[in-house]
Design a protein around this ligand. Sequence first.
Ligand SMILES: Nc1ncnc2c1ncn2[C@@H]1O[C@H](COP(=O)(O)OP(=O)(O)OP(=O)(O)O)[C@@H](O)[C@H]1O
Ligand SMILES: [Mg+2]
Length: 272
Amino acid sequence: MEATLNSRLVVEVKSVTKTFDNRRVTALNDVSFSVPEGQLAVIIGLSGSGKSTLLRHLNGMHQPDAGNVRVLGTEVVGLSGGALRELRRNVGFVFQSFNIVGRMTCLENVLTGALGRLRGPRYGVLSYPKSLRREALEQLDRVGLGDRAFQRTDTLSGGQQQRVAIARTLMQKPKVVLADEPVASLDPEISGQVMDVLFRSCVEDSITVLCSLHQVDLALGWANRLIGLRDGEVVLDSPVDTGIDESTVMEVYRRLDPTGQKTEEYRPSMAS
Ligand SMILES: Nc1ncnc2c1ncn2[C@@H]1O[C@H](COP(=O)(O)OP(=O)(O)OP(=O)(O)O)[C@@H](O)[C@H]1O
Ligand SMILES: [Mg+2]
């Protein structure tokens, strides 16, 4: 019984503590939570609350000072070499800064998402099997960029570049997607469109998602759960039901920032 339950937990974080600068900065303090398969969890919190640090523990970019992290049943702490690569094949990461290769075409950027499924390096679109080229075009279509396949990616707008990065992550066929403020550098209207593309695709593909966001309102239509961090601690963990509204969201922010000092600065945009 226990084993069956555990096998459905895609992410298990137990008592994770992480400090920086010779323990002068505590980025995460005894953080525990788990995420079941298929859940779409959004992590909110003010700047410096530990969102990025937490996400980076889930694909082995950070090692905790103490505690355990399991993702897809694999113990992440101490993982290296082939085992780490194997984990990262199944765990896509969408960055705030897109991390695409600007001089490549959109199609080639998306194709690189399939590298984990192939042996050896690839140079140029034609070095990928035709079936993968077709698949990459389909992913570009899905994010609304089918007509930009052969355009250099650095000639696209920010929102379009992030959609290319999303298509590349989907091309990876991940079981989990971690997204660290994927729209923080985009304007509000474009942010909404990009979040929609990301969340809709992940729901369609039954991908488990953990996404950090400042704009809680963008999360509400899709998220099943809100996790709030303050000073490296989980101070909120709440299901999102259809009744959640603007005042609930503002209440969430007040709880994340009891001093009230930063509420204005990080007030989620409620436009639209
Ligand atoms: N590599 C590092 N070296 C030293 N301190 C760090 C490092 N990474 C994070 N920190 C510190 O850990 C704390 C949590 O940082 P983190 O980047 O996880 O916050 P965040 O919630 O992602 O913030 P933001 O919303 O600004 O992205 C902060 O105090 C930060 O200064
Ligand atoms: Mg961050």
